[in-house]
Design a binder for this molecule. Structure first.
Ligand SMILES: [Zn+2]
Length: 599
């Protein structure tokens, strides 16, 4: 049993109302309990406890969380001590560490054995079964050499519901254990029925730090299964945590011994394209956005990470979203950009490894890149200047190294023809002006007024939290990439993932447990506990999604206009035509409201 399992056990055994009720005089109001906040001075109560979701939130000082974070804060304890404190106080028998660990190991071993057995099955299907032909042809088309296919033990999952199921059964592996290992899925109608999770996919085994296969990623092979995701990965299991591992970590770590620099890419195929060229200092994320745990993992093997994401807009966005994580962990990070929107695989095929190494030699520090990008969009207006400063503000909040900071300030000062001191003062000024900072006074009502200007992202996220059935609409509309505020994007992303993986298990408190940073906990509990009722949430959501998509389109269209002026100046006919076509398409989208019906 892990520490987090023990924490969950304690949380399930105690009642938050009772625990907080010992410290705060609570009175019941509907399905909530309210009282005077123990964390700030107040005369009218703005502190609420939600018994149903086992969470609390103060609308006066924005403190919030679950029972453990309450005890941590109120008793001034560390997290493990808070767990112990509650366990002692409420006589919760904690499993004996040693025995629990032993039982854990046993199960771990059985899960790993099941995964190994599945890996052999996939491997044999790829190499020896007639049905594996499509996969073999795909490998040839993508130009993956036999050594890589062999060393990675790539495999193939046949297009059947019971292929792996039968194989595991023959090997004496119980379906329930195989489901726990993420190999089989349980039927939602009949929980005694299991079926293959991976069907008709090229299989990439995923290994842990010790090079043991702990999970699989599967790439779709047939074009006509459009409802299926392109990549399907193992779910979280006792041996696989996608936010805390990296694809090919152990190989990359060995290759990094001499040159303490690693490349980070986003996909399995991209990564293997590097291996195909004999380049091994490269790791990849596992189908989700980069996490701070992964950055810490990277910092153990190298002193600098070079992001080599796709050359398109989505790749750039993902890259920029990673910047705060690196700044917070103080790990050097730079980026290379592939021309013409190419991905690393295509680039390597077209230009080769030598050209890629030349790109690495000319890499740019990521924060410098972000700042340069942001200021380059300035159109000369003062309104835009204000906007750019507020866009840059988060970078300055996170950057700790003085050298980097002064480099960023120099770029800004140059662009706006002001001194570095004025740039810095302006950035600090923006900070103070933020609406949600500092202590908010609570009046006679329980809720302090929501901020006057609520962003579209914020509205959409509130809806997702209050009306979980709408999460699917948001996921389908694919707008997450349009979220500009990283905290909101993080919560919305988790909601989409949680709803996607296990609709039946989804609950507000389980989502709370998935959020890792404490400021996300506070934001989430606030949205969950603040009243937010709408007459017709679906219609509202549809409007807001549309508005968000339009906003992005407008932004893009502005960029295009600038490119157009540039192209006209250079007299580049072909480029002008391309840009005009894209502008026309964008306009059609924004004016006619040509959006998919399912949003
Ligand atoms: Zn408070």
């Amino acid at each position: 049993m892990t520490d987090s399992d023990i924490a969950t056990l304690v949380k399930q055994a105690v009642d938050i109302v009772e625990v907080i009720g010992r410290a705060v005089r609570l009175r019941r109001s509907g399905n909530r309990h309210i009282g005077l906040c123990p964390f700030h001075q107040e005369k009218t109560p703005s502190f609420q406890v939600d018994a149903e979701n086992q969470l609390y939130y103060c609308f006066g000082c924005q403190s919030g969380g679950d029972v453990l974070s309450f005890v941590t804060k109120h008793q001034n304890l560390t997290f493990p001590d808070a767990v112990k404190y509650l366990a002692d106080r409420y006589n919760i028998p904690l499993p004996q560490k040693e025995r629990a660990a032993h039982g854990d190991l046993e199960e771990r071993g059985r899960i790993l054995a099941a995964i190994g057995c599945a890996a052999d099955f996939f491997y044999a299907r790829l190499h020896f079964a007639p049905e594996g032909r499509a996969a073999r042809e795909y490998i040839d088309r993508r130009g993956l050499p036999a050594e890589v296919v062999e060393s990675q033990r790539l495999g193939y999952a046949p297009p059947r519901w019971d292929g792996l199921f039968e194989h595991l059964k023959k090997s004496g592996i119980q379906p329930a254990l195989a489901a726990k290992a993420g190999l089989l899925s349980q039927s939602s109608n009949d929980s005694s029925k299991f079926f293959d999770r991976f069907r008709n996919r090229l299989i990439f085994p995923i290994r842990d730090e010790r090079d043991i296969i702990v999970a699989f990623g599967g790439r779709i092979l047939s074009q006509d299964e459009q409802n299926e995701p392109k990549y399907l990965n193992s779910p979280e299991t006792p041996v696989y945590h996608k936010g805390r591992m990296l694809y090919q970590y152990s190989t990359a770590r060995q290759a990094c011994r001499q040159v303490r620099q690693a490349l980070l890419v986003e996909g399995y195929m991209d990564l293997l394209a590097f291996h195909a060229k004999g380049f091994h200092r490269v790791a990849a994320t596992l189908g989700t956005a980069l996490t701070s745990q992964q950055v810490r993992l990277l910092s153990r093997m190298c002193d600098e990470v070079v992001l080599a994401y796709d050359g398109d807009d989505a790749g750039e966005k993902a890259m920029l979203r990673a910047l705060p994580l690196f700044l917070q962990e103080e790990l050097s990070v730079s980026c290379i950009r592939f021309p013409d929107g190419l991905d690393p695989d295509d680039f390597l095929k077209k230009f080769g490894l030598a050209e890629l190494e030349r790109l690495i030699d000319h890499r740019e520090e990521l924060g410098t890149y972000a700042v340069r990008k942001a200021v380059s969009t300035w159109d000369g207006s003062s309104a835009e200047r204000v906007r750019i400063f507020s866009e840059l503000q988060p970078i300055f909040r996170d950057v700790r190294q003085p050298l980097l900071k002064s480099e960023y300030l120099r770029i800004i000062a140059d662009r706006f023809s002001i001194t570095e001191e004025v740039s810095e003062a302006q950035l600090l000024h923006e900070k103070r002006g933020r609406p949600d900072s500092g202590h908010r006074r609570s009046g006679s009502v329980n809720y302090s007024k929501p901020p006057q200007i609520e962003s579209l992202e914020e509205k959409i996220l509130r809806l997702m939290i209050k009306y979980p059935t709408l999460v699917e609409c948001v996921r389908e509309s694919d707008v997450l990439g349009c979220f500009e505020e990283s905290k909101l994007a993080a919560i919305a992303g988790l909601l989409c993932q949680a709803g996607f993986c296990s609709a039946q298990e989804f609950s507000p408190s389980s989502l709370y447990d998935l959020l890792r940073e404490s400021d996300l906990h506070e934001l989430y509990t606030r949205y969950l506990l603040e009243p937010y009722e709408l007459e017709e949430p679906e219609i509202q959501l549809r409007d807001w999604l549309e508005a968000l998509i339009k906003r992005m389109a407008k932004k893009r269209s502005k960029e295009l206009e600038q490119c157009l002026r540039e192209a006209e100046r250079k007299g580049d006919r072909a480029q002008i035509t391309d840009i005009l076509v894209e502008i026309r398409n964008l306009r059609a989208k924004t004016n006619v409201g040509d959006f998919p019906d399912n949003v």
